[in-house]
Design a binder for this molecule. Structure first.
Ligand SMILES: NC(=O)CC[C@H](N)C(=O)O
Length: 452
């Protein structure tokens, strides 16, 4: 996938890709460090100009918290200055569920035309490039879980009931699922699976893997599509990590596979379950950074309502083959697919994590493992919650302040992000942790329910 240039291009003809689009308005989005997708829009006739000169956006968003309250960091935040949102026209897509609209993800540039150091999508693209320079290619996909309900004065009325994974549940959402899948596919994503899930009013959809930056783009557009199609059916969709603190929540697990020029590195090799040494070192790097990765991908105070034992949310700092309680699950292919289907799944993430920061951070963590030739420790299977006091398996951070502390300590993520982005993300996470330190589970549910 072509990446955005270091400087805003002063020549070239952006109208070519625009002409193929049948829309009147274009939503140009970015995801902030709190994981909120924010947007500016332009009439289609202004899009070529926006691609050339950008759309103005305040740098204050770099340190916005998920509740829209502003903070100021060591480098960024505050009321002054301006950035330019440059839509990536290579990703311009008609929004099939919002007639007359198209969408493009943006990267942020400064007013003098250079790439903004703390741009989240630019960070992801930089890590893809670092992997390429090391001879590695990644393929990634987010799983998407959400709950369907109706908002009323009690907060949330579930739109469906019935047993987990039950045919009864599917019957309630059959027409909805058919419409959603068709809409998602019309927008260029390939749906792999839809099913009723385990938690309250929850369903899940998975899409085919993609280049890491495109996988993050897919997550943004898919979540918007889910909300729009749900509204067409008279429901609201919430991707918040928890709507019922007494039960399982919604995750945004990240699957990835790793390849060199010679083929897959997680299959067909001499290591555990066919991993090649480079594949195992990459996983060991991801495993090492998991405590800090929680702050990136599940660091909202409400994330910790979901990150509880024995709910398949991946709270344990370990890896294991098909281990659904481990934060890093290794998935081998079934017979006949072993050569290509093996992948790893980071389970602890949820939809409050910025998908661009997640893919970029996982790559950075893995590349550090490869550079240091790390080896994987022994795998852990079963549920560590039942292992008893002699177990050495530790829990990942259990609240947002602890997760932020681990991110502060991560020299790997600090180096990959650069000081501006690392500090801005920490500023947001610390502000949220501080502000909601004494919040009850019910308050956290209500604060996040319709924001993600
Ligand atoms: N099937 C599953 O893996 C369920 C995942 C679970 N809902 C989570 O919180 O991540």
């Amino acid at each position: 996938m072509p990446t955005m240039p270091e400087r805003i291009p002063a020549d070239g003809d952006p109208t070519a890709s625009i002409e193929k689009i049948d829309a009147e308005m274009v939503a140009v989005s970015f995801v902030d460090n709190a994981g909120i997708t924010r947007v500016k829009s332009v009439p289609i006739g202004r899009l070529a100009r926006a691609a050339r000169f950008g759309i103005g956006v305040s740098p204050c968003f770099e340190t916005f918290a998920f509740d829209d309250l502003m903070t100021v960091g060591g480098y960024l935040g505050g009321p002054d200055g301006d950035l330019r949102l440059i839509p990536d026209l290579g990703a311009l897509t008609e929004i099939a569920c919002q007639p007359g609209w198209a969408w493009a993800p943006a990267e942020k540039y400064t007013q003098d035309g250079t790439r903004f150091a703390a741009c989240q999508r630019g960070f992801a693209a930089r890590q893809v490039e670092a992997a390429r320079a090391a001879g590695l290619r990644l393929s990634m996909a987010f799983e998407t879980e959400w709950a369907l309900g109706v908002a009323d004065e009690t907060g949330f009325v579930p739109a469906l009931d019935g047993p987990a994974y039950g045919m009864v549940r599917l019957g309630r959402v059959g027409e909805y699922a058919r419409t959603l899948v068709a809409t998602v596919e019309r927008q260029g994503m390939s749906v792999e699976q839809f099913h009723p899930e385990y938690a309250l009013a929850q369903v899940e959809l998975s899409i085919a893997p993609n280049d890491p930056v495109a996988a993050a783009d897919d997550a943004v557009l898919l979540r918007h599509t889910i909300r729009q199609v749900s509204a067409d059916f008279g429901w609201r969709a919430t991707l918040a990590p928890s709507i019922d603190p007494d039960g399982a929540g919604s995750g945004a697990h990240l699957h990835f596979s790793l390849h060199s020029g010679d083929g897959p590195l997680l299959a067909g090799g001499p290591g555990p379950y066919g991993m090649h040494p480079t594949g195992a070192a990459f996983l060991a790097g991801v495993l090492r950074e998991l405590p800090a990765l929680v702050a990136v991908g599940a660091g909202n105070p409400a994330s910790f309502l979901r990150l509880r034992p024995s709910r398949w949310a991946g709270i344990w700092h370990c890896w294991g083959r098909e281990a659904r309680e481990a934060a890093l699950r290794f998935v081998t292919g079934v017979r006949g697919t072993e050569d290509w289907a093996a992948n790893a799944e980071v389970k602890c993430f949820d939809a409050t994590g910025n998908p661009y920061l997640i893919v970029g951070s996982v790559i950075a963590a893995g590349l550090a493992g490869v550079a240091e030739e790390l080896t994987l420790p022994a795998e852990v299977t079963g549920d560590p919650a039942t292992f008893g006091p002699e177990s050495e398996v530790t829990r990942l951070p259990a609240d947002s302040a602890e997760a932020a502390g681990r991110l502060a300590d991560s020299t790997v993520l600090a180096a990959a992000m650069g000081p501006e982005l690392h500090d801005a993300l920490l500023t947001v996470r610390r502000a949220e942790a501080e502000r909601y330190r004494g919040a009850t589970p019910r308050e956290l549910v209500e604060l996040t329910r319709w924001r993600f």
